[in-house]
Design a protein around this ligand. Sequence first.
Ligand SMILES: Nc1nc2c(c(=O)[nH]1)N[C@H]1C(S)=C(S)[C@@H](COP(=O)(O)O)O[C@H]1N2
Ligand SMILES: [Mo]
Length: 169
Amino acid sequence: MKKIGLIIAGLAIVVAVTAYMNAGDREDRLAAQREAVIFLKAAGEEVATITFDAIESLESHVFTATLKSTERGPSEHTYTGVELRGLLQAADLDPDDWEQVVARAADGYTVALGMEEVLTPGNVYVVYLRDDEPLQTREDGGSGPYQVVIREDTFGQRWVKYLMEIDLR
Ligand SMILES: Nc1nc2c(c(=O)[nH]1)N[C@H]1C(S)=C(S)[C@@H](COP(=O)(O)O)O[C@H]1N2
Ligand SMILES: [Mo]
């Protein structure tokens, strides 16, 4: 009986230590995300640096979307983020002056979005949480800290991971 007690106590310690370490990881991830910025450009000229604080100050949206992964197939997730059109608006950029929004990632991946689709309500988002967890960086095996999610896009090709730069054209 004593032995069982010791085993249970041992397991409890393992669980507690693991939980503590995971909480630490999450804090680190949140801290890393809080420091991550997106460069906002217009015709290649930098007009603003979008901080996490700026993103947090906008209305956040929580929605489910199906991620199409090349390796793991489709899976449904809950995403939290802001609308890209809201980011442009907050930066005082007039969408009428531009035709395209070019999104560039840390790995060089680049996607051009039409202004019309960007202005469609509830369509193009910059997300920072997936299933309530911060999107991790590419180095950590994640798709963030920021990612473009296009809800009206049936394919995942234009969901730009590791988003670094938004350039209006
Ligand atoms: N930054 C970046 N974003 C990207 C890609 C990429 O190579 N780099 N690949 C795209 C493609 S082709 C797909 S199918 C989806 C999902 O890719 P994954 O399953 O390899 O993560 O991400 C898209 N976004
Ligand atoms: Mo893909």
